[in-house]
Design a protein around this ligand. Structure first.
Ligand code: PEP
Length: 258
């Protein structure tokens, strides 16, 4: 399993801007970074342009969300089938901003994971504790519950292809704040996630799930999450909007052996 560096542009990037950022990124990452897969997740409106722009490059395309149904009366939604058709390989699922602003529950997250697997997309499941949960010493319990509920939803009961799952530990207090977790906090969070995966599926299957860290990752702090923190990659928000900073993170990942 190599390293995975994922850029989440969130609600940023008008079409022209997106093409410009991708052009700059392609120029910086013209050659494959050994052992590293780099994914960009632009807003829905830029996906078709991005698919065209990234064709033949080493960069992969991802989306920031999907609906759980394939089609139907779900105004404003986009299905996993649509994302696959436009050229996505990855989808971010259960980001804390969606849980917070779009009332996304663990049950919805579970259904969205199943929708990804239905069409062969690779979901990146986001889990993380809030500041009050952290202060109350509930981090491990919270992460365990989020993982369990996302993967064992009683309504879906679908199969879980473990090799096609990535889990990102994203402490809410670290997202977009500039207050990245310390590598030791990252290691503890990933350990809690890993322990829950082992409980669900056993040790061998759990080791096949890639674990990322996300939350104020920069070119200056990224290495610590992979060395001391034990993450196999990063989910990058703010810094992914700067092609120079994001490519520096991807290149740094290629220098830290797995
Ligand atoms: C994110 O959006 O998943 C994220 C980690 O954002 P940032 O890097 O800006 O903290």
């Amino acid at each position: 399993m190599g390293r995975l560096i994922v850029g989440n542009w969130k609600m940023n990037g008008m079409r022209q801007e997106s093409r410009r950022w991708l052009g700059a990124l392609k120029a910086r990452l013209a050659d494959p970074v050994p052992g590293v897969e780099v994914v960009i997740c632009p807003p829905f409106t830029s996906l078709a342009d991005a698919a065209e722009e990234l064709r033949g490059s080493v960069l992969q395309l991802g989306a920031q969300d999907t609906h759980w149904e394939s089609r139907g009366a779900y105004t404003g939604s986009i299905s996993a089938e649509m994302l696959a058709e436009v050229g996505c390989r990855y989808v971010i699922i259960g980001h804390s901003e969606r849980r917070r602003y779009d009332a996304e529950t663990d049950e919805i997250v579970a259904r969205k994971l199943q929708a990804c697997w239905r069409v062969g997309l690779h979901p990146i499941l986001c889990v993380g504790e809030s500041t009050p949960e952290r202060k109350a010493g509930m981090t491990v319990r919270r992460l365990g519950a989020q993982v369990r509920l996302a993967l064992c939803d009683p309504l879906t009961h679908g199969p879980v292809p473990v090799a096609s799952l990535t889990v990102a530990y994203e402490p809410i207090w670290a997202i977009g704040t500039g207050l990245a977790a310390a590598p030791v906090d990252c290691a503890q969070g990933l350990e809690a996630i890993s322990a829950e995966l082992k409980r669900l599926w056993g040790a061998e299957a759990a080791t096949r799930v890639a674990l990322l860290y996300g939350g104020s990752v920069t070119a200056a702090n990224c290495k610590g999450f992979w060395t001391e923190g034990g993450a196999s990659g990063a989910l990058v928000g703010g810094a992914s909007l700067d092609p120079e900073a994001f490519s520096a993170i991807a290149l740094a990942a290629g220098k830290v052996a797995r």
